[in-house]
Design a protein around this ligand. Structure first.
Ligand SMILES: Nc1ncnc2c1ncn2[C@@H]1O[C@H](COP(=O)(O)OP(=O)(O)OP(=O)(O)O)[C@@H](O)[C@H]1O
Ligand SMILES: [Mg+2]
Length: 261
């Protein structure tokens, strides 16, 4: 179902002059019982076009909040977020979010779920063909007429992925998208995402708790710390692709990363 991975890009190849995403001194303060809670504190980083960056950090450090800021679901208390040269002020079809358990419409079939958000954005005469193409892309060609309750958790995340990829977003924001899946399905989904990324060069911000997942996926890991949420360090993952979890290089990267947490 998944194509073999042939990831040959390296970070210097894909770095471009203008970042695809620029976060500049962004803070987010929420009101709380004690006055206020500084959840994201003066965070700055750039992401290059075509780069896959993992945000890694402990629970509650502000990863989802940062993703929501980039998505435009909430506004920063201070600072500025730019996608290419446009300032983010609200949600837009240039940014799509995949959550851990994506809510599909239970009364719509797999193909109708994929088509739903694309209506009005893709011309009517091309929509059915685009849905078919994306069904095949995520390996769900045979399940087009199934309802969400009739498919597995991994298949639901495939639908969630197809549903955003059909919109051709500049930026794919993923909040622990495979966190609820069993180990084997999670690995299949990582491979699927990596093969699509290799083919289509999406720019991806991928939130995870999981060190192995971050090392498997990322060009670069942004390590977050909490109270307040900050980027503690940026760690390029200079392992060749496809990454072999059983290799010595992977193990030693893992040990090094764990010692920095
Ligand atoms: N709308 C809100 N109002 C008040 N506090 C909030 C709000 N959203 C998030 N918080 C608080 O901000 C902090 C960071 O939350 P966030 O969901 O971003 O963490 P996270 O890193 O994604 O955690 P997890 O790994 O558990 O998903 C938490 O203390 C949370 O309670
Ligand atoms: Mg979260």
């Amino acid at each position: 179902m998944n194509k073999p991975l042939q990831l040959i890009r390296t970070l210097p190849d894909i770095k471009k002059e203008q970042p695809a995403l620029a976060i500049r001194k962004v803070s987010k303060i929420f009101p709380s019982d004690d006055g206020y809670l500084n959840v994201v504190d003066n965070v700055s980083f750039d992401i290059a076009a075509g780069e896959l960056v993992c945000l890694l950090g402990p629970s509650g450090c502000g990863k989802t909040t940062l993703l929501k800021l980039i998505a435009g679901f909430i506004k920063p208390s201070a600072g500025d977020i730019q996608i290419q040269d446009r300032r983010v002020s609200r949600p837009g079809p240039d940014r799509c979010v995949v959550f851990q358990e994506d809510a599909l419409f239970p009364w719509l079939t797999v193909s109708e779920n994929i088509a739903f958000g694309a209506k009005g954005l893709i011309p009517k005469d091309r929509l059915a063909a685009e849905v078919d193409r994306h069904l095949e892309m995520v390996g769900l060609g045979a399940f087009r007429d199934y309802l969400p309750k009739e498919i597995s958790g991994g298949m639901k995340q495939r639908v969630a992925l197809a549903r955003v990829l059909i919109l051709k977003p500049q930026l794919l924001l993923m909040d622990e998208p495979f966190g609820a899946l069993d180990a084997q399905t999670r690995e299949d989904m990582q491979n699927l995402l990596l093969s699509l990324w290799e083919e289509f060069s999406h720019t991806i911000v991928f939130v995870t708790h999981d060190l192995v997942e971050a090392i498997t996926m990322a060009d670069r890991i942004l390590l977050m710390g909490s109270n307040p949420g900050k980027i503690r360090s940026e760690i390029p993952v200079n392992l060749s692709r496809p990454r072999k979890k059983e290799s010595n290089a992977f193990h030693s990267f893992f040990r090094n990363l764990r010692s920095r947490l």
